[in-house]
Design a binder for this molecule. Sequence first.
Ligand SMILES: [Zn+2]
Length: 117
Amino acid sequence: MTDEKFIEQNQTVVKFIQLYCDDKHKNKDKKDGILKLFYNGKNLTSMPYSLCDECESLLLYANQRLQNCPHEIKPKCRNCPNPCYEKAQWKQMAKIMRTSGMKLGLIKIKRFFGAQI
Ligand SMILES: [Zn+2]
């Protein structure tokens, strides 16, 4: 995928996980961190976040999957012929996308994962 697409996909993930964590994990300790976007041998940009441990590790996982996505033109993850998420992470991510998506009006989520989620 292009650098722009890679950034956009990561932005969506950060936004959705952040929203979910702010909402569902209000009482957990949050860690401030910076997600550095590194793609095709380039440092693209970085994104700040403030998440609990659980959400942070999912964010880093998602970032890594995107980095390793073999598709030149990335399909929606939901429609991917070779889904790269492991089951537990996929379920967690689907839950986050669903919960945050309802808040945001389901537009981005469909673009990201496909319409059936
Ligand atoms: Zn959290």
